[in-house]
Design a protein around this ligand. Structure first.
Ligand code: UD1
Ligand code: CA
Length: 481
């Protein structure tokens, strides 16, 4: 089953013709600080279902050639670049964030350099923006030969949004930001969604006229509406009825609201597709997760990233998964799996932790309070209780006793531990890496293994037990209770 594009479920797609010779670029405004989020992280890195906001907008544009998409970044630019390292992403730096109009100005030389006819601008804080509606807006704008186009929404509660002011004949005249509204304008329920199309040749001379004479002292991209109409260029409006997809995220409350809508939609989709989800209200599944019919999940559970789960897999309650690939295995309650693979018939948990780089092959078993990092457990290997296995390879059907620890870090570097197939590691063994234990070797409980153990050998690496016979405890009169 392929990933489902949750952003486009509500609309019919009107594609821009593939043979269109018109050059269209896409600009994502993502430089703002997001003061209203009360977080030190840049707003576009805030996560909805564990995916950063900017990731949603970039993915909505995934089928646009990547050399036609730019993100304007500024606040926390280094963090944003670090979160999107694929060279296909292109960034433009807005060193000082002086408003959305200023961001467009900063990006304009790039737009000109690429000889674009139209540029579609999208606010980076609108995660569910449906691609289809961008195309609809661009096509409508082209057909109307408009100077610019905007997407508008009718909201019961328009608080926080720029109000769309129309003339008596219905044509769009202006957008007034809430902080600049008089009481009458504040009553308008049609708002600006923060998605625009500009005709590059027709708008270029208007940019220099943007000013910051407004309540926030910022350059507003929305001022271009008035500048266009004053220059007798029509502004085309496309109204969008499925408001949920267009809601911008400015506050933690808006973030959790959008997240919960999307969560409900995704869970309903997978139930419909044949996944069994118990306690569905307590299950969160990220938009890029792929599940097969026959998967069983019990909430509360969180499954994120590019996790892939095959039919027959069971994920019990209180599990957290990110970028996990599960074949038909069992993940028992309270397990935590990140960037790890689990094979068919394997059993994980309860209370297990699989960290990045872990491969648990078919029929292997990782039990309670076992942590595995960057390690392979070959078929049928078992680590059933209280162990740490890091940077290691555990051979097929090997048995790792309770309390076994790979001492993989010497304070400076990490070292590997290799354990052969059918080896038996006694409880409470410390394997001081780099070290190898050969096939079918046995290590006595409580050993500290610092040298490699040959195949089929018995290793006992612990202080020899001494029993002093005839030793008598002190007389009971001197003993304390
Ligand atoms: C903006 C619109 C408002 C609209 C709303 C829709 C303006 C002036 N107002 O308001 O009419 O109803 O979006 O959601 O545009 N950004 C930059 N550089 C900056 C400032 C902001 O790149 O200097 C980015 C932000 O990261 C954000 C986007 O632009 O992704 C919008 O900025 P934000 O401050 O959220 O604008 P709103 O107040 O929501
Ligand atoms: Ca916003």
């Amino acid at each position: 089953m392929t990933p489902h594009n949750f952003a486009t479920t509500c609309c019919t797609h009107t594609c821009i013709p593939a043979d269109s010779v018109t050059r269209i670029g896409y600009l994502i405004l993502a430089a703002g600080k997001g003061t209203r989020m009360h977080s030190s992280a840049p707003k576009v890195l805030q996560r909805v279902l564990d995916k950063p906001l900017l990731g949603y907008v970039l993915d909505a544009l995934a089928d646009v050639p990547s050399d036609q998409v730019w993100s304007v970044i500024g606040h926390g630019a280094d963090q944003v670049r670090a979160a999107f390292t694929d060279p296909k992403y292109h960034f433009i730096l807005q060193g000082e964030q002086r408003g959305t109009g200023h961001a467009l100005r900063i990006a304009w030389p790039t737009i000109e350099e690429h000889k674009l006819d139209y540029v579609c601008v999208v606010n980076g804080d609108t995660p569910c923006v449906p691609r289809t509606d961008l195309d609809r807006l661009i096509m409508a704008c082209m057909a109307a030969n408009a100077g610019m186009g905007i997407l508008t929404l009718n909201l019961d509660n328009p608080t926080g949004y720029g109000r769309v002011v129309r003339a008596q004949d219905g044509t769009i005249r202006d957008i007034i930001e809430e902080k600049d509204c008089d009481a009458q304008t504040r009553d308008i329920h049609e708002v600006n969604a923060g998605i625009y199309v500009f005709s590059v040749p027709r708008c270029r001379h208007l940019l220099a006229r943007l000013d910051d004479h407004n309540a926030q002292g910022e350059f507003y991209i929305t001022q271009l509406v008035r500048l266009c109409t004053e220059a007798h260029m029509p502004v085309h409006g496309v109204s969008f009825t499925h408001a949920c997809g267009m809601l911008g995220i400015n506050t933690p409350q808006e973030l959790t609201g959008v997240e919960d809508n999307l969560r409900t939609e995704i869970v309903a989709h997978w139930i419909q597709a044949g996944v069994s989800i118990r306690q569905p209200g307590l299950v969160s599944i990220g938009p890029d997760v792929v599940l097969e019919p026959g998967v069983q999940i019990t909430g509360p559970a969180e499954i994120y990233g590019h996790s892939r789960i095959t039919g027959g897999a069971v994920v019990e309650s209180h599990c957290w998964l990110r970028d996990a690939t599960l074949q038909a295995c069992q993940v028992r309650s309270f397990s935590h799996i990140e960037s790890a693979h689990v094979g068919t018939g394997a059993v994980i948990g309860p209370f297990a932790r699989l960290r990045p780089g872990t491969i648990i092959e078919d029929q292997a078993r990782v039990g309670n309070f076992v942590e595995v990092k960057n390690s392979v457990l070959r078929c049928g290997a078992k680590a059933s209780h209280l162990s740490y296995l890091g940077d290691s390879e555990i051979g097929a059907h090997a048995n790792i006793g309770a309390g076994t620890i790979t001492c993989n870090y010497d304070g400076q570097r990490k070292h590997r531990t290799n354990i052969g197939s059918r080896a038996f590691i006694g409880s409470n063994t410390a394997l001081v890496a780099p070290v190898e234990v050969g096939e079918q070797a046995v290590v006595g409980a409580g050993s500290v293994v610092t040298k490699s153990v040959p195949p089929q050998a018995l290793c006992i690496a612990r202080a020899k037990q001494t029993n002093l016979t005839g030793w008598k405890p002190k007389s009971s009169s001197t003993q304390k209770d």
